[in-house]
Design a protein around this ligand. Structure first.
Ligand code: CA
Length: 229
């Protein structure tokens, strides 16, 4: 399987720090998006695929805590690393309790930050993953086969593409248009068409009642595959 480029969103209003982080990440072939306000950060996460957030807390419009709380309201798994000038234990506890995965204080060591980024991404992604298992759903990428509760279920080519796209972005809501662009290319399908495909996929997956909640609709925004324990 092709190694996916990981997308990192940097939310930081200090230009020098922002550029330093951005340049370093780009050099290491991460895809980097940068915003300087809390609201832009949240909006970006809703509209785009993000694999990890680096978050400053002292932002011009809202506190960075707003980003943690808002992102956690719709995504439980997206790693968030706080990089903040606030050094008190209380600030760290607040951020971690709100759902941040890690917390670094400024001034920070770039090498240490990079190691912490790698650690978080390792937790959510395995490079040599040919088999995807989530609850009763198993995808065999090599054989292009899907099993529901151990039984092979036939999925059409487009259905297979949709399921693997959702699986590869486990826990993230993918916008309708994002899915359409990835599966059919631009203008390949409208949202109603996608809905028909999703209904077909759901029907096949929900043969097993335990898998019924696997794929969720976030009304008005898109679809998400939930992590099943
Ligand atoms: Ca700041």
């Amino acid at each position: 399987m092709e190694k996916a480029t990981r997308s990192i969103l940097v939310i930081e209003d200090d230009k020098a720090t922002l550029n330093k982080i951005k340049n370093q990440l780009k050099e290491l072939n991460y895809k980097v998006a940068c915003v300087m306000t809390a609201q832009e950060g949240v909006d970006y996460c809703i509209k785009n695929i993000v694999d990890l957030i680096l978050l400053d807390l002292g932002l011009p419009d809202k506190d960075g805590m707003y980003v943690i709380e808002t992102v956690r309201s719709f995504n439980n798994t997206l790693p968030i690393i706080v990089v903040s000038g606030r050094t008190t234990t209380e600030s760290k506890v607040l951020a971690l309790d709100a759902g941040a995965n890690d917390y670094m204080t400024k001034p920070f060591s770039m090498d240490e930050l990079l190691a912490r980024i790698r650690k978080e991404l390792r937790n959510t992604y395995t490079e040599e993953k040919h088999l995807f298992i989530n609850g009763n759903l198993t995808i065999d990428y090599d054989a292009k086969t899907i099993f529901v509760n151990g039984v092979e279920v036939h999925f059409t080519n487009f259905e297979f593409k949709i399921v693997t796209l959702l699986a590869n972005n486990l826990g993230k809501t993918l916008a309708y248009d994002y899915i359409i662009n990835h599966v059919w290319g631009k203008d390949g399908q409208d949202q109603n068409g996608l809905r028909v495909f999703m209904a077909g996929i759901r029907k096949k997956i929900s043969r097993d009642p335990k898998s019924a909640k696997l794929i969720r609709t976030d009304i008005g925004s898109g679809y998400r595959m939930n992590k099943i324990n």
